[in-house]
Every structure is written in structure tokens, then in C-alpha cells.
Design a protein around this ligand. Sequence first.
Ligand code: OOG
Ligand code: MG
Length: 258
Amino acid sequence: MTAHVGELATRLDDAARDRVAEQQLSADHDLSLAEAYAVQHALVSRRLGRGETRVGVKLGFTSRAKAAQMGVSEVIIGQLTSRMHVEEGAEIWLGAYVHPRVEPEIAFRLARNIDPQLWTGNVTEAVNAVAPAVEIIDSRYRDFRFNLADVVADNTSASGFVVGAWQPLPASLDNRGMVLELDGRLVQSGSSSAILGDPLRAVAAAIRMAGRHDIPLRAGDVLLAGAGTPAVALVAPGTVSATVSGLGRVRFRVTSVR
Ligand code: OOG
Ligand code: MG
């Protein structure tokens, strides 16, 4: 298997760069979860080799709505790199992606470097800020379909993320309305409680999973807790916004012309 890791990572990396969907790895490889994470690491290493830096982590399938939409029900972790960051208010080009979708998220900021093996379990010491966010996911697989190992290998469809104004951590974050709008039209709505019952639990889950899969966690890193609703296809031209009750709104634009 080890011989294939680099080759499979290259396949997915090329698919992202050429913006052409690839056949699912599971069509010809029966990857274990450990092997899938090895492909993810090799994929991220290729990006780091091109000068990108690791800027955070993201969880996938922390909400049942997302798990049901994609048919994968295990929580997974992916890695965010500098090139995925989209400034709030910026305009992105639809053509840079294969078949992008957007989902409303809650972002946390790590307060310190964290060694998951030494971590005491104190969430409110681990993070020092929270913000409304949008994740742009873009599966490198045909028809946006995959099994668990496929999506882990594909860095959990990570493609872009937009974070609104950071603010201090409030006492609680559950039961907050989460809304996704395209051009001011409501396309998804849900509750932050959909995220593992409470998005603060996603912080603990991310730290544990980063430890298990050897993903470094550094002060200032962004942590996306996972979508509160199913994802929606991105269209252009348009404006995307996500609002989390009490945390405010984050917005960006999409264009069809470069
Ligand atoms: C996988 C990524 C899932 C989330 O927030 O649940 C995810 C996908 O749906 O393509 O980012
Ligand atoms: Mg997500």
C-alpha cells in the first residue's frame, strides 16, 4: 500500500489543480482509514511543498444533516492551508473549483500550541475566539460522491474558508440559529446544536482527532467545527452569507468571469 500513497495523493492533487473530477479511489483501492489519512498527509505535503502553510483544521460530519446528505456518518478531520483562506468580503472565481458547495460553520481560534497527548480537556483554555464562517467544500470526486476512506484521502473536500469577525468566547454556543443565504435568499437554516449537540464539543473532538492522526495544532490556527446544515451548490455571480445568532454575519462574492 505504501507504494500507492504518493500516487493517490498526486491523483487528487492534480484533480484539484486541473479542476477535473476524478474517479473515486475506492473504485480500485480498498483503503483502510489509516491509509486514507496517509494519503491526506501526502496530499497536504504536496501543497506545503508549493509554499502553502498549514493554518488550521476542520471537522466533517459533526452534524446529522451533513452526514445524511453525504451518506457518511463518521466524524473526520481535514487540514486547512493558507491558499484556502478567502478574505471576508472578497470575490472568488467559480472556475477555480470543480463543483463547489458552501455550508455555514462556526470557526474557533486556538489560543496556544496544543499537544493533544498532554491536553487536559479544558476547551475554554484551548480556544480564545469564535466567529461565523462559511466553508467552501469541493470534492475532487465525480458527482461529489465518496465513501469514508475516499473523503478522508481527499482532505475532507477542504477547498476554501471565509471567517467573519473574531469575538471572545461566550459562555455557551448551543441553540444558536445558523442561516445560509445566497443573494439574500435563505437557502439553509439550522441550529448550532446540530454540531455534536454543542459546537464546543467539536473543539474537543478536533483536538483528540488531530492527536490520533498526527496533525499539528498551533496558536492562532483556525478550527472549523463542521457544518450546521447540508451544503448548497455555489453559483455565480452571487453573494454568499452565513449568519450565526449572536455572532453576526460573514459574506463573500462569487464571479463567473476571471
Ligand atoms: C465532506 C466535508 C464535510 C462538514 O462540515 O461536515 C464537512 C463533504 O461533505 O464533502 O466539511
Ligand atoms: Mg464543513
